[in-house]
Ligand binder design. Sequence first.
Ligand SMILES: [Zn+2]
Length: 363
Amino acid sequence: MLTNNKKGVFRLLIFALLQFFICSCNNKPLYYTVADFNNLPKIDIHFHYNTADIRYLKFADSLNIRLISPNVDTEMPIDEQLKITASIKKEYPKKFAFFGTFSVDSFNNAGFAEKTIARIDQCMKAGASGIKIWKNIGMVLKDTSGRNVMVDDLAFEPVFNYLEANKIPLLVHLGEPRNCWLPEERMTVGNDHRYYTKHPQYYMYLHPEQPSYEDQINARDNLLKKHPNLNFTGAHLASLEWNVDELAKRFDLFPNMKADLAARIGHLQYQSLTDRERVRNFLINYQDRILYGSDMTINEQDADFSQVSKGIRARWFEHWAYLATDSVFVIKDLGGQSVKGLQLPRNVVDKIFCKNAEQFFGN
Ligand SMILES: [Zn+2]
Protein backbone atom coordinates (compact mmCIF):
# COMPACT_ATOMS: atom_id res chain seq x y z
CA MET A 1 0.00 0.00 0.00
CA LEU A 2 1.22 3.52 -0.80
CA THR A 3 1.99 5.81 2.10
CA ASN A 4 0.23 9.18 2.15
CA ASN A 5 3.48 10.83 1.15
CA LYS A 6 3.94 8.60 -1.89
CA LYS A 7 0.29 9.03 -2.78
CA GLY A 8 0.82 12.78 -2.69
CA VAL A 9 3.82 12.59 -5.04
CA PHE A 10 1.91 10.26 -7.35
CA ARG A 11 -1.07 12.63 -7.42
CA LEU A 12 1.22 15.56 -8.23
CA LEU A 13 2.86 13.67 -11.10
CA ILE A 14 -0.46 12.70 -12.68
CA PHE A 15 -1.68 16.25 -12.18
CA ALA A 16 1.40 17.78 -13.86
CA LEU A 17 1.02 15.44 -16.86
CA LEU A 18 -2.67 16.27 -17.19
CA GLN A 19 -1.96 19.99 -16.96
CA PHE A 20 0.64 19.77 -19.69
CA PHE A 21 -1.67 17.77 -21.91
CA ILE A 22 -4.71 20.05 -21.43
CA CYS A 23 -2.74 23.24 -21.91
CA SER A 24 -0.90 22.07 -24.99
CA CYS A 25 -4.24 21.03 -26.55
CA ASN A 26 -5.89 24.43 -25.86
CA ASN A 27 -2.79 26.41 -26.56
CA LYS A 28 -3.38 28.13 -23.24
CA PRO A 29 -0.50 29.24 -21.06
CA LEU A 30 -0.12 27.18 -17.89
CA TYR A 31 -0.22 30.17 -15.55
CA TYR A 32 -2.00 33.46 -15.07
CA THR A 33 -0.29 36.84 -15.06
CA VAL A 34 -1.14 39.85 -12.86
CA ALA A 35 -3.01 41.34 -15.84
CA ASP A 36 -5.63 38.57 -15.55
CA PHE A 37 -6.78 39.63 -12.08
CA ASN A 38 -9.71 41.90 -13.01
CA ASN A 39 -11.32 39.68 -15.60
CA LEU A 40 -11.42 36.31 -13.91
CA PRO A 41 -14.47 35.35 -11.87
CA LYS A 42 -13.63 35.17 -8.16
CA ILE A 43 -15.50 34.59 -4.91
CA ASP A 44 -14.46 35.87 -1.49
CA ILE A 45 -16.28 33.45 0.82
CA HIS A 46 -15.32 35.29 4.00
CA PHE A 47 -16.13 38.97 3.67
CA HIS A 48 -18.07 40.49 6.58
CA TYR A 49 -20.62 42.78 4.95
CA ASN A 50 -22.00 44.62 7.98
CA THR A 51 -23.61 47.53 6.21
CA ALA A 52 -26.52 48.13 3.86
CA ASP A 53 -24.22 50.34 1.73
CA ILE A 54 -24.10 48.41 -1.53
CA ARG A 55 -21.31 50.45 -3.10
CA TYR A 56 -18.82 47.85 -1.88
CA LEU A 57 -20.76 45.06 -3.53
CA LYS A 58 -20.79 46.98 -6.80
CA PHE A 59 -17.10 47.65 -6.43
CA ALA A 60 -16.42 43.93 -5.90
CA ASP A 61 -18.55 43.17 -8.94
CA SER A 62 -16.47 45.58 -11.04
CA LEU A 63 -13.49 43.33 -10.22
CA ASN A 64 -15.49 40.18 -10.96
CA ILE A 65 -15.64 39.23 -7.31
CA ARG A 66 -18.75 37.76 -5.69
CA LEU A 67 -19.06 38.02 -1.93
CA ILE A 68 -20.18 35.69 0.82
CA SER A 69 -20.75 37.32 4.18
CA PRO A 70 -20.68 35.11 7.27
CA ASN A 71 -22.84 36.38 10.16
CA VAL A 72 -20.96 36.08 13.46
CA ASP A 73 -22.21 35.63 17.01
CA THR A 74 -20.36 38.68 18.37
CA GLU A 75 -20.63 42.47 18.82
CA MET A 76 -23.17 43.44 16.14
CA PRO A 77 -26.57 41.84 16.97
CA ILE A 78 -27.10 38.71 14.89
CA ASP A 79 -30.64 39.73 13.91
CA GLU A 80 -29.31 42.95 12.46
CA GLN A 81 -26.63 41.04 10.52
CA LEU A 82 -29.26 38.64 9.21
CA LYS A 83 -31.54 41.49 8.16
CA ILE A 84 -28.78 43.28 6.22
CA THR A 85 -27.33 40.23 4.51
CA ALA A 86 -30.72 38.64 3.69
CA SER A 87 -31.92 41.81 2.02
CA ILE A 88 -28.73 42.23 -0.06
CA LYS A 89 -28.96 38.57 -1.07
CA LYS A 90 -32.57 39.06 -2.14
CA GLU A 91 -31.66 41.99 -4.32
CA TYR A 92 -28.36 40.65 -5.73
CA PRO A 93 -28.61 36.85 -5.63
CA LYS A 94 -25.98 36.38 -8.34
CA LYS A 95 -23.38 38.57 -6.65
CA PHE A 96 -23.92 38.03 -2.95
CA ALA A 97 -24.56 35.20 -0.51
CA PHE A 98 -24.36 34.82 3.25
CA PHE A 99 -24.06 32.38 6.12
CA GLY A 100 -26.49 32.82 9.03
CA THR A 101 -25.63 32.12 12.63
CA PHE A 102 -27.20 31.39 16.01
CA SER A 103 -26.64 32.71 19.51
CA VAL A 104 -25.35 30.53 22.36
CA ASP A 105 -26.76 32.86 25.03
CA SER A 106 -29.38 30.31 26.07
CA PHE A 107 -26.96 27.36 26.05
CA ASN A 108 -27.58 26.51 29.72
CA ASN A 109 -31.37 26.76 29.42
CA ALA A 110 -33.83 24.00 28.62
CA GLY A 111 -34.78 23.92 24.95
CA PHE A 112 -31.45 25.29 23.64
CA ALA A 113 -31.21 22.75 20.80
CA GLU A 114 -34.82 23.29 19.64
CA LYS A 115 -34.38 27.04 19.72
CA THR A 116 -31.12 26.79 17.77
CA ILE A 117 -32.65 24.54 15.13
CA ALA A 118 -35.54 27.01 14.74
CA ARG A 119 -32.97 29.79 14.25
CA ILE A 120 -31.13 27.72 11.63
CA ASP A 121 -34.42 27.26 9.75
CA GLN A 122 -35.08 30.99 9.97
CA CYS A 123 -31.66 31.74 8.42
CA MET A 124 -32.05 29.17 5.66
CA LYS A 125 -35.53 30.48 4.81
CA ALA A 126 -34.08 33.98 4.63
CA GLY A 127 -31.73 32.75 1.89
CA ALA A 128 -28.60 31.69 3.82
CA SER A 129 -26.16 29.37 2.05
CA GLY A 130 -25.28 27.76 5.36
CA ILE A 131 -24.52 28.44 9.00
CA LYS A 132 -21.41 29.89 10.61
CA ILE A 133 -20.22 29.04 14.11
CA TRP A 134 -17.60 31.00 15.99
CA LYS A 135 -14.77 30.63 18.47
CA ASN A 136 -16.98 31.74 21.38
CA ILE A 137 -17.76 28.01 21.44
CA GLY A 138 -14.61 26.63 23.08
CA MET A 139 -13.19 29.97 24.18
CA VAL A 140 -15.93 32.01 25.86
CA LEU A 141 -19.06 29.96 26.50
CA LYS A 142 -19.23 28.33 29.98
CA ASP A 143 -21.51 25.62 31.34
CA THR A 144 -23.29 25.94 34.71
CA SER A 145 -20.20 24.66 36.54
CA GLY A 146 -18.01 27.32 34.90
CA ARG A 147 -16.21 24.93 32.53
CA ASN A 148 -15.56 25.99 28.92
CA VAL A 149 -18.07 24.41 26.56
CA MET A 150 -16.29 22.76 23.63
CA VAL A 151 -17.85 22.14 20.22
CA ASP A 152 -18.07 18.35 20.82
CA ASP A 153 -20.30 18.94 23.88
CA LEU A 154 -23.28 16.58 23.93
CA ALA A 155 -25.70 19.51 24.14
CA PHE A 156 -24.83 20.43 20.52
CA GLU A 157 -25.53 16.92 19.19
CA PRO A 158 -29.13 17.58 18.03
CA VAL A 159 -27.93 20.72 16.24
CA PHE A 160 -25.12 18.98 14.35
CA ASN A 161 -27.40 16.01 13.61
CA TYR A 162 -29.85 18.45 12.08
CA LEU A 163 -27.20 20.22 9.98
CA GLU A 164 -25.78 16.89 8.82
CA ALA A 165 -29.17 15.33 7.98
CA ASN A 166 -30.27 18.42 6.06
CA LYS A 167 -26.92 18.85 4.28
CA ILE A 168 -26.65 22.44 5.49
CA PRO A 169 -23.13 23.79 4.89
CA LEU A 170 -21.27 24.80 8.00
CA LEU A 171 -18.52 27.42 8.15
CA VAL A 172 -16.60 26.93 11.34
CA HIS A 173 -14.21 29.23 13.12
CA LEU A 174 -13.02 27.28 16.16
CA GLY A 175 -9.91 27.96 18.18
CA GLU A 176 -7.30 30.45 17.11
CA PRO A 177 -3.97 30.45 15.30
CA ARG A 178 -1.32 28.58 17.28
CA ASN A 179 0.39 31.96 17.85
CA CYS A 180 -2.42 32.74 20.30
CA TRP A 181 -0.82 30.36 22.81
CA LEU A 182 2.75 31.57 22.24
CA PRO A 183 4.73 34.41 23.81
CA GLU A 184 4.89 37.53 21.61
CA GLU A 185 8.48 36.95 20.52
CA ARG A 186 7.61 33.52 19.09
CA MET A 187 4.63 34.69 17.02
CA THR A 188 5.24 34.17 13.33
CA VAL A 189 3.12 36.88 11.67
CA GLY A 190 2.55 40.55 12.45
CA ASN A 191 -1.24 40.62 12.25
CA ASP A 192 -1.60 37.98 14.99
CA HIS A 193 0.61 40.12 17.16
CA ARG A 194 -1.54 43.19 16.48
CA TYR A 195 -4.81 41.31 17.04
CA TYR A 196 -3.82 39.91 20.45
CA THR A 197 -2.44 43.25 21.60
CA LYS A 198 -5.85 44.73 20.79
CA HIS A 199 -7.87 41.78 22.14
CA PRO A 200 -5.99 40.48 25.21
CA GLN A 201 -9.10 38.57 26.30
CA TYR A 202 -8.45 36.18 23.39
CA TYR A 203 -4.68 35.98 23.88
CA MET A 204 -4.53 32.54 25.45
CA TYR A 205 -0.87 32.79 26.39
CA LEU A 206 -2.11 35.18 29.10
CA HIS A 207 -4.81 32.72 30.19
CA PRO A 208 -3.10 29.38 30.83
CA GLU A 209 -6.16 28.17 32.81
CA GLN A 210 -8.14 28.17 29.54
CA PRO A 211 -8.25 25.18 27.14
CA SER A 212 -5.01 24.63 25.23
CA TYR A 213 -4.50 24.89 21.47
CA GLU A 214 -4.61 21.08 21.29
CA ASP A 215 -7.88 21.00 23.27
CA GLN A 216 -9.48 23.25 20.65
CA ILE A 217 -8.20 21.18 17.73
CA ASN A 218 -9.16 17.88 19.39
CA ALA A 219 -12.71 19.07 20.09
CA ARG A 220 -13.09 20.02 16.42
CA ASP A 221 -11.64 16.71 15.26
CA ASN A 222 -14.06 14.86 17.59
CA LEU A 223 -16.96 16.73 16.04
CA LEU A 224 -15.86 15.58 12.58
CA LYS A 225 -15.41 11.99 13.79
CA LYS A 226 -18.96 12.00 15.14
CA HIS A 227 -20.42 13.72 12.06
CA PRO A 228 -18.43 12.56 9.04
CA ASN A 229 -21.13 13.72 6.63
CA LEU A 230 -21.24 17.33 7.76
CA ASN A 231 -20.60 19.71 4.87
CA PHE A 232 -17.80 21.32 6.83
CA THR A 233 -15.55 24.26 5.96
CA GLY A 234 -12.93 25.15 8.56
CA ALA A 235 -12.44 28.91 8.44
CA HIS A 236 -8.91 30.31 8.76
CA LEU A 237 -7.19 27.16 7.46
CA ALA A 238 -9.14 25.30 10.15
CA SER A 239 -6.80 26.79 12.79
CA LEU A 240 -3.99 24.58 11.44
CA GLU A 241 -2.48 27.56 9.63
CA TRP A 242 1.03 26.98 11.02
CA ASN A 243 1.73 23.75 9.14
CA VAL A 244 0.22 22.60 5.85
CA ASP A 245 1.07 18.97 6.71
CA GLU A 246 -1.20 19.13 9.77
CA LEU A 247 -4.09 20.32 7.64
CA ALA A 248 -3.31 17.67 5.00
CA LYS A 249 -3.62 15.00 7.72
CA ARG A 250 -7.13 16.24 8.60
CA PHE A 251 -8.16 16.39 4.94
CA ASP A 252 -7.11 12.73 4.62
CA LEU A 253 -8.99 11.76 7.79
CA PHE A 254 -12.18 13.72 7.05
CA PRO A 255 -13.19 13.55 3.38
CA ASN A 256 -15.98 16.14 3.74
CA MET A 257 -13.76 18.74 5.33
CA LYS A 258 -12.75 21.88 3.43
CA ALA A 259 -10.90 24.99 4.61
CA ASP A 260 -10.87 28.67 3.77
CA LEU A 261 -7.80 30.90 3.63
CA ALA A 262 -9.38 33.85 5.44
CA ALA A 263 -6.83 36.02 7.27
CA ARG A 264 -4.26 33.22 7.12
CA ILE A 265 -2.52 33.72 3.77
CA GLY A 266 0.28 35.33 5.80
CA HIS A 267 0.82 31.95 7.43
CA LEU A 268 1.16 30.26 4.04
CA GLN A 269 3.60 33.00 3.04
CA TYR A 270 5.55 32.43 6.25
CA GLN A 271 5.87 28.72 5.41
CA SER A 272 6.73 29.43 1.81
CA LEU A 273 9.70 31.55 2.92
CA THR A 274 11.48 28.37 3.90
CA ASP A 275 9.73 25.76 1.75
CA ARG A 276 7.79 27.22 -1.16
CA GLU A 277 7.40 23.86 -2.91
CA ARG A 278 5.79 22.23 0.13
CA VAL A 279 3.11 24.92 0.34
CA ARG A 280 2.58 24.87 -3.40
CA ASN A 281 2.29 21.08 -3.54
CA PHE A 282 -0.16 21.11 -0.65
CA LEU A 283 -2.48 23.51 -2.51
CA ILE A 284 -2.22 21.45 -5.69
CA ASN A 285 -2.86 18.18 -3.85
CA TYR A 286 -5.89 19.56 -2.03
CA GLN A 287 -7.12 21.91 -4.77
CA ASP A 288 -10.72 20.73 -4.32
CA ARG A 289 -10.75 21.46 -0.59
CA ILE A 290 -9.45 25.04 -0.34
CA LEU A 291 -11.59 28.17 -0.74
CA TYR A 292 -10.45 31.75 -0.97
CA GLY A 293 -11.62 34.15 1.74
CA SER A 294 -10.12 37.40 2.97
CA ASP A 295 -11.88 38.05 6.32
CA MET A 296 -12.16 41.74 5.50
CA THR A 297 -15.00 43.59 7.24
CA ILE A 298 -16.93 46.68 6.24
CA ASN A 299 -19.17 48.59 8.63
CA GLU A 300 -21.52 51.52 8.52
CA GLN A 301 -18.69 53.81 9.61
CA ASP A 302 -16.57 52.92 6.56
CA ALA A 303 -17.92 55.98 4.83
CA ASP A 304 -14.73 56.98 3.03
CA PHE A 305 -15.61 54.74 0.14
CA SER A 306 -12.74 55.62 -2.16
CA GLN A 307 -10.07 55.02 0.46
CA VAL A 308 -11.62 51.88 1.92
CA SER A 309 -12.25 50.33 -1.49
CA LYS A 310 -8.66 51.06 -2.53
CA GLY A 311 -7.41 49.11 0.49
CA ILE A 312 -9.80 46.25 -0.22
CA ARG A 313 -8.67 45.99 -3.81
CA ALA A 314 -5.02 45.99 -2.79
CA ARG A 315 -5.62 43.09 -0.40
CA TRP A 316 -7.58 41.04 -2.95
CA PHE A 317 -4.96 41.67 -5.59
CA GLU A 318 -2.04 40.74 -3.36
CA HIS A 319 -3.70 37.48 -2.29
CA TRP A 320 -4.57 36.53 -5.84
CA ALA A 321 -1.16 37.44 -7.22
CA TYR A 322 0.60 35.45 -4.45
CA LEU A 323 -1.34 32.31 -5.34
CA ALA A 324 -1.59 32.74 -9.13
CA THR A 325 1.71 34.34 -10.17
CA ASP A 326 5.41 34.22 -9.33
CA SER A 327 5.55 37.93 -8.45
CA VAL A 328 7.75 38.80 -5.52
CA PHE A 329 6.16 40.70 -2.61
CA VAL A 330 7.60 42.49 0.36
CA ILE A 331 5.36 41.41 3.22
CA LYS A 332 5.04 43.89 6.06
CA ASP A 333 3.51 41.24 8.33
CA LEU A 334 6.63 39.12 7.90
CA GLY A 335 8.97 41.89 8.98
CA GLY A 336 9.48 43.16 5.42
CA GLN A 337 10.77 39.86 4.03
CA SER A 338 10.28 39.09 0.34
CA VAL A 339 8.03 36.24 -0.65
CA LYS A 340 7.78 34.75 -4.12
CA GLY A 341 4.27 33.95 -5.39
CA LEU A 342 3.31 30.28 -5.68
CA GLN A 343 2.27 30.44 -9.34
CA LEU A 344 -0.33 27.71 -9.05
CA PRO A 345 -1.61 26.25 -12.33
CA ARG A 346 -4.62 28.05 -13.79
CA ASN A 347 -7.19 25.40 -13.05
CA VAL A 348 -6.07 25.22 -9.40
CA VAL A 349 -6.43 28.99 -9.12
CA ASP A 350 -9.90 28.74 -10.69
CA LYS A 351 -10.96 26.16 -8.11
CA ILE A 352 -9.60 28.00 -5.08
CA PHE A 353 -10.94 31.39 -6.19
CA CYS A 354 -14.26 30.35 -7.64
CA LYS A 355 -15.29 26.83 -8.53
CA ASN A 356 -15.05 25.31 -5.04
CA ALA A 357 -17.35 28.02 -3.66
CA GLU A 358 -19.87 28.13 -6.50
CA GLN A 359 -22.04 25.58 -4.74
CA PHE A 360 -22.82 28.30 -2.15
CA PHE A 361 -24.43 30.35 -4.91
CA GLY A 362 -26.36 27.33 -6.05
CA ASN A 363 -24.57 27.17 -9.41
ZN1 LIG B 1 -14.29 36.29 9.96
